[in-house]
Design a protein around this ligand. Structure first.
Ligand SMILES: NC(=O)c1ccc[n+]([C@@H]2O[C@H](COP(=O)([O-])OP(=O)(O)OC[C@H]3O[C@@H](n4cnc5c(N)ncnc54)[C@H](OP(=O)(O)O)[C@@H]3O)[C@@H](O)[C@H]2O)c1
Length: 252
């Protein structure tokens, strides 16, 4: 999907909205959380590494945007109560939630199924698939109260979901697409919650470098370059899009 021609988001596009972003300390999540804040949102930054979240917090505050909230959470060890606690904390602090971006992910390893380590299989499926399921479930009661809400997932390249050696990562992302479609169908008649995925395409981040260590990353776009798609899809500008996997980059 391409953005509307010459798309210029209004600076107040996400004004008064509270948006939860996972994996907000680095890469695409960081760029997107900052862009949401620049467009008026109060962002709840969650991720594994506190000092990274604090750095994003500092950048947002230094830019004069709404003060964010920080909620460090390791998705590989988080318990059901932690997800409920995160949603409950947002309710207590802000009394609302208008958007959820499920973006955090781990690569695991690229290896044949024969040799995929069991511990890593469990970890990748937990972080990339189970955690977004449970977090979304915990946030749904608040999102239902919003007048216009969006749930977004970071998907991935089609070949990474179906080609040899992508193992737990590919399976988790395929599963995440299925989760998005099932949820979108369940919410079909609930017109005010849009549910979609974005495939950011190749982006210069740590995760990309782990997956393609021999690649010349200087040819890749930066996280800021795909964040506009995440803004569009989180905002009322994308009303009418539901149950879609959006491509942030056109294929060459
Ligand atoms: N970059 C690409 O080319 C590309 C292509 C297709 C899809 N994607 C998708 O885009 C999303 C963002 O990835 P990225 O490229 O921006 O990678 P990234 O820079 O490595 O960011 C991944 C984020 O996930 C967080 N995370 C990882 N494990 C976690 C855990 N156990 N608990 C909580 N948070 C955890 C990381 O936190 P820490 O920084 O604290 O470790 C980090 O903030 C992912 O879903 C990825 O699958 C990326």
């Amino acid at each position: 999907m391409s953005l509307p021609n010459n798309y210029q988001p209004a600076t107040s596009l996400l004004k008064d909205r509270v948006i939860l972003v996972t994996g907000a300390g680095d890469g695409i999540g960081k760029a997107t959380a900052k862009l949401y804040a620049q467009h008026g949102a109060t962002v709840v930054l969650t991720g594994r590494t506190s000092h990274k979240l604090e750095a994003v917090y500092d950048e947002i505050v230094a830019n004069g945007d709404n003060e964010p909230a920080i909620f460090p959470l390791d998705l590989s060890t988080a318990k059901h109560e932690d997800f409920l606690g995160l949603a409950g904390g947002i309710n207590q602090e802000f009394g609302r939630l208008d958007g959820l971006l499920n973006n955090a992910a781990e690569l695991g390893t690229l290896t044949p199924i024969d040799h995929y380590p069991y511990d890593l299989l469990q970890r990748v499926l937990t972080v990339n698939l189970e955690a977004p399921f449970v977090l979304t479930q915990a946030c749904l009661p608040l999102l239902r109260q919003a007048t216009d809400a969006a749930i977004l997932f970071s998907s991935t390249e089609p070949y990474e979901k179906s080609s040899a050696y992508w193992g737990a990562y590919g399976i988790s992302k395929q599963g995440l697409d299925a989760f998005m479609l099932i949820l979108a169908d369940e919410l079909e008649n609930n017109t005010h919650i849009r549910v979609n995925s974005i495939n950011p395409g190749p982006v210069r981040t740590r995760l990309r470098n782990l997956a393609y260590p021999a690649e010349d990353m200087s040819n890749l776009v930066m996280p800021d370059d795909v964040a506009l798609h995440y803004l569009y899809m989180m905002s009322p500008d994308s009303q009418g899009l539901h149950g879609q996997i959006i491509e942030a980059q056109t294929r060459k």
